[in-house]
Design a binder for this molecule. Structure first.
Ligand code: FES
Ligand code: FES
Length: 154
């Protein structure tokens, strides 16, 4: 077992976890933050994307112990009260989701993309989201949403 301390969505947490515990399992099973989804467990789908110290990471690809001391933001930390994050609002406005299973990861990946590149081209959006898979939308409205969010966040 390993003792870890980390900040998640602004709240400090101390936990003792098995060495094999994945970060996504810490978030979902220990902290009850089930907005972070598991679509594959093999680093393929991006459904589990969160921000770790400001960078997008697939939380199924790292151990909880590796996040000791980190600051993490999950999809639950994006809205401010009733006000959706601009990326969340854009996904809503552009109908950029159907079943919604991929959406938390898409939103976290998009927010990280726009932080690094506030005005991405279509090609840069494709490249920035290539680690996130959607089984439903065909991606066209997702790309529209990324562009709307980029405009809103200027
Ligand atoms: S669940 Fe992590 S990449 Fe699919
Ligand atoms: S909206 Fe269903 S997987 Fe993306």
């Amino acid at each position: 077992m390993t003792k870890i301390e980390l900040t998640v969505n602004g709240t400090r947490h101390a936990r003792e976890v098995e060495d094999r515990t994945l970060l996504v399992d810490l978030l979902r099973d220990h902290l009850g933050l089930t907005g972070t989804h598991v679509g594959c467990d093999t680093s393929q789908c991006g459904c589990c994307t969160v921000h770790l110290d400001g960078r997008a990471v697939k939380s199924c690809t790292m151990l909880a112990a590796q996040a000791d001391g980190a600051s993490i933001v999950t999809i639950e930390g994006m809205a401010k009260g009733d006000k959706l994050h601009p990326v969340q609002q854009a996904f809503t406005d552009c109908h950029a989701l159907q079943c919604g299973f991929c959406t938390p990861g898409m939103i976290m990946a998009t927010a990280a993309l726009l932080k690094d590149n506030p005005n991405p081209t279509d090609e840069e959006i494709y490249h920035g989201l290539e680690g996130n898979l959607c089984r439903c939308t065909g991606y066209i409205n997702i790309v529209k949403a990324v562009k709307q969010a980029a405009q809103t966040m200027k």
